[in-house]
Design a protein around this ligand. Structure first.
Ligand SMILES: [Zn+2]
Length: 394
């Protein structure tokens, strides 16, 4: 065997390994070049400081609903879409799910945190003040980011006289004051879309949702002789509640509980420095407002708005903002989130709504500057809810 044949045989023997190593370094190089956070689908926004839509900025979703045993699935679904931390609004009350939520927060390395809940049905119980104090102290100790109040307060919980418990009932002051002194923010849903307070029918702009969920209608009577309050009455109770507790942080869900009227929200933001808002499930609503004033709104109130999606991961299926009779297919998840990133990050017009069942219209993007996006997506949540973003390797 000649010397050159020996060399080429050796070369042939090591060639596959050279190729494997080469492929490995290319993969490592590609991984380094890939966006640091998530693998969300993307589009390109315009302008010199424009991020790649939905991929450059890590996100904290402060408003989701997750069945604790599906936490791992929920966390990967969020991470695939650029959301590094989510906060479960269905965190439970002490001995009613709270302990499990605390466990899940540990198991997920702080990627699925939680709000705690409290039962307003106990308001007439003589032990009510003690129950409130004990519940909220336990919530604080368990690591809850705050208290989540459902729309059942104002539209569901009834007292022994058969009336709905009003949001501004003085017996509830202790809840709001205690949260203030414990430093627990409140995530508060009050009311619902204005259309749910109007007669259903083909003319109702939310007819598709009401047809699938007639129980979401607040029109007419809730029991014989008891009329539902109007939207205006519920929102007025909520305003009084927020103004009564200047030392308690209250985050109005669903764009401050008045997405149809951003001017009303702005006037509350002016009057109540303790009032904040999340965007959960309301991009379809605010997206039909004229884009220029909405852009100005987000810029002016950039320290008071927190990103939320209202995504629900339940044993029965997914809910992406809202749903019809069927649950949402997992295949719709990327477009649900991408529609929201495009709304915030681009000036595109006539975008498809992330949650089409909420109304038959398109939305117009508001092309926010990067500094505002950073606050909306994670900065405000980090500050207000004391959340630390995991580093890229965690
Ligand atoms: Zn919700």
């Amino acid at each position: 065997m000649t010397r050159s044949t020996a060399i080429s045989r050796t070369y042939l023997r090591i060639l596959p390994w050279v190729l494997v190593l080469l492929a490995g370094s290319i993969a490592a190089f590609v991984a380094l070049r890939a966006p640091k956070h998530g693998t969300a689908p993307s589009a390109r926004a315009s302008g010199p400081d424009a991020p790649r839509v939905g991929t450059d900025i890590p996100k904290i979703d402060i408003h989701v609903h997750i069945a604790p045993r599906l936490a791992a699935r929920a966390v990967s679904l969020f991470r695939e879409n650029g959301i590094e931390v989510a906060v479960n609004a269905s965190g439970g009350a002490p001995s009613q799910g709270l302990e499990l939520s605390q466990e899940v927060a540990g198991q997920t390395g702080g990627r699925l945190l939680f709000w705690c809940n409290l039962s307003f049905a106990r308001v007439e119980d003589p032990e009510w003040p003690a129950y409130v104090a004990e519940t909220l102290e336990t919530c604080k100790r368990s690591g809850a980011r705050g208290l989540k109040i459902y729309k059942a307060l104002g539209l569901g919980v009834r007292t022994s006289d058969g009336n709905l418990l009003a949001i501004d009932d003085p017996r509830l002051d202790i809840v709001f004051d205690t949260c203030g002194s414990l430093g627990l923010p409140i995530l508060m849903h009050a009311g619902d879309p204005v259309a749910f307070f109007r007669a259903d029918g083909a003319q109702n702009e939310r007819h598709a949702e009401l047809a699938a969920h007639p129980e979401w209608s607040f029109f007419g009577e809730y029991s014989p002789g008891h009329a539902w309050p109007t939207w205006e009455q519920v929102f007025t109770q909520f305003e009084r509640r927020v103004l009564r507790h200047p030392h308690t942080t209250i985050i109005g869900t669903h764009f401050g509980n008045s997405p149809e009227d951003p001017r009303r929200v702005a006037s509350m933001l002016e009057r109540a420095p303790n009032y904040y808002l999340d965007t959960a499930a309301r991009v379809p609503e605010i997206g039909r407002q004229p884009a220029v004033p909405m852009h100005a709104f987000f810029v002016k109130w950039q320290d008071r708005i927190l990103f939320g999606s209202d995504t629900a991961v339940t044993p029965d299926g997914l809910v992406l903002g809202s749903r019809g009779e069927a649950y949402d297919p997992p295949a719709r998840v990327p477009e649900f989130f991408l529609a929201q990133w495009r709304y915030y990050e681009t000036d595109e017009r006539h975008l498809a709504s992330p949650t089409p069942i909420q109304g038959d219209w398109t939305i117009d993007g508001i092309g926010l500057p990067r500094v505002v996006l950073e606050k909306l997506y994670h900065g405000n949540a980090e500050r207000l809810l004391h959340i630390t973003l995991p580093t890229a390797t965690e």
